[in-house]
Design a protein around this ligand. Structure first.
Ligand SMILES: *[C@@H]1O[C@H](CO)[C@@H](O)[C@H](O)[C@H]1NC(C)=O
Ligand SMILES: *[C@@H]1O[C@H](CO)[C@@H](O)[C@H](O)[C@H]1NC(C)=O
Length: 465
């Protein structure tokens, strides 16, 4: 064990490390992380992000009902999740977070079961999916955002105290958004599989919506950020093609209907999705490869996954301490998402040991081996001044504002389980609230991350040690 860790460390770019730090780091990584506890907390994080009327079994005592007027005319749009430290419901990244939460739950279910977290995972998914069912108001009508980002970002306060009206934005046949319709279809397909043995009625409702949204996405093509520019500039979509293919591939996995496989493969060819890129709220191409390799086992998809994951393990940029560094904003999110692709590949039999060992080294760095924990409420020296309005404000009726944003005190509430953005390219990191690039937390940060943690629990075990 010790020997293997030393080898893994040497393979990272830690040439400047002294012998002492190598031994120290190896010693630390022997103290295995408690993945079960991380999963428990990650799901608590999602509970802390809930918008709407909270149920009686809410486990976050410092959160209450909020945004109960969200809607459009007669349409009720309460519920769902706040995006990050702010209170807008940006449906595009949130939808990807939900499809990825569900995918982690489907493909690494044993990890969630071993941790006693399967039920919390289903609840986390359903809280989001129920909101998306409300958003899907017609065959060619889907709400894509609630809240005015400019107005929201001008305020620093708890969501429970917000009273201004919040605009809701939608796509239609005239103002299409294949990206967000496709991603919403994908989240419903993934949920179909997650719930089919739990509640068949719910599963078939999800599948009906998934099919309808896929048709909408494919027939009325365009980017939601072009069609509904009022709802941007946040989360502007780079392309819509990958989401249409992702939706088709998910529908094949969820329904087993051959036509969706044929369409997924035709779309894959039509859109030339040949370059595997990083998996994220905006990029789904590598996710399509996973789904198509899972369902068909064809070597061409497996080869692409291997070439991507070999690059991630052997060549991708890293910080001096060895963390993958693929994005300036939210570096740990980008790292986790790439690991999510590669543990999926590993589970499908592609370089299994290599990809799982690498994922373990990376996740253990995030959880403590780097020198501190980057997960709120977990491990040694976790972040305490993460960029999050609700957690940084005292409980009502004490007011809150920009002085709470500026002060140097730790947040009075602990948003357990939140993965912060993470260090810069040279391991720069300060636990300070006004650095949103490195200290924000968001619903898309934890989605791939918790899937990887579940995969490690499944592959290595942890809770017993
Ligand atoms: C959004 O908020 C900004 C700042 O308060 C305001 O100027 C703008 O008119 C608002 N837009 C909408 C659509 O409500
Ligand atoms: C199953 O899902 C349906 C549709 O959402 C719901 O009405 C029903 O109460 C659920 N059943 C159980 C046992 O939770």
């Amino acid at each position: 064990m010790l020997h293997r860790n030393l080898l893994l460390l040497r393979r990272t770019r830690m040439t400047s490390f002294s012998t002492f730090s190598i031994i120290l780091a190896a010693f630390c990584s022997v103290q295995s992380q408690n993945y079960r506890q991380v999963l428990e907390k990650s799901l608590l994080f999602y509970e802390g992000q809930r918008s709407g009327r909270l149920p009686a079994n809410n486990r976050i005592p410092w959160r209450g009902d909020s945004m109960l007027e969200d809607g459009d005319g007669d349409v009720d749009l309460t519920g769902g999740y706040f995006d990050a430290g702010d209170h807008v419901k940006f449906n595009f990244p949130q939808a990807w977070a939900l499809s990825t939460i569900a995918m982690g739950g489907l493909d690494f279910k044993e990890g969630f079961i071993a941790s006693g977290q399967l039920n919390n995972l289903l609840e986390a998914y359903k809280w989001g999916a129920d909101y998306y069912l409300k958003c899907h108001t017609g065959e060619t009508e889907l709400f894509v955002q609630v809240g005015n980002a400019t107005a929201d970002h001008n305020s620093w306060d708890i969501p429970e105290r917000w009273t201004d009206p919040r605009p809701a934005y939608k796509i239609t046949a005239e103002r299409p958004g294949s990206d967000i319709a496709g991603e919403t279809s994908a989240l419903f397909s993934a949920g179909t599989l997650l719930f089919q043995t739990v509640n068949d009625t719910y599963a078939s409702i999800l599948l009906d919506h998934a099919k309808s949204l896929y048709t909408f996405a494919n027939q009325y093509r365009g980017k939601y950020s072009d069609s509904v520019p009022e709802a941007t500039p946040f989360y502007t979509s780079w392309a819509f093609e990958d989401e249409i293919a992702w939706a088709a591939a998910w529908l094949y996995r969820a329904s087993g209907e051959e036509r969706y496989l044929l369409e997924a493969e035709a779309l894959y060819a039509e859109f030339n999705l040949q370059y595997v890129n990083d998996f994220s709220w905006d990029g789904k191409a590598s996710g399509v490869d996973i789904l198509l390799y899972q369902t068909t086992g064809r070597a061409e998809y497996g080869q692409k996954l291997i070439s991507y994951c070999d690059w991630v393990v052997d060549q991708a940029p890293r910080t001096p301490k060895g963390l993958l560094f693929l994005s300036e904003w939210g570096s740990l999110r980008a790292a986790s998402n790439s690991l999510f692709v590669c543990v999926q590949a590993g589970k499908l039999g592609l370089n299994t040991e290599k990809y799982f060992n690498f994922a373990k080294t990376q996740i253990d760095l995030m959880l403590g081996d780097w020198g501190r924990s980057f997960v709120v409420g977990y491990g040694t020296n976790p972040p305490t001044r993460y960029h999050h309005r609700a957690a940084s404000c005292p409980s009502p009726p004490v007011p809150c504002g920009w002085s709470e944003f500026d002060n140097i005190n730790p947040n009075p509430h602990v948003l357990n389980g939140a993965l912060v953005g993470g260090p810069g390219p040279n391991d720069e990191y300060i636990d300070v609230r006004n650095d949103a690039v490195r200290n924000e937390v968001a619903v898309d940060y934890n989605a791939g991350f918790q899937g990887v943690v579940a995969s490690l629990e499944e592959y290595f075990g942890s809770g017993k040690k």
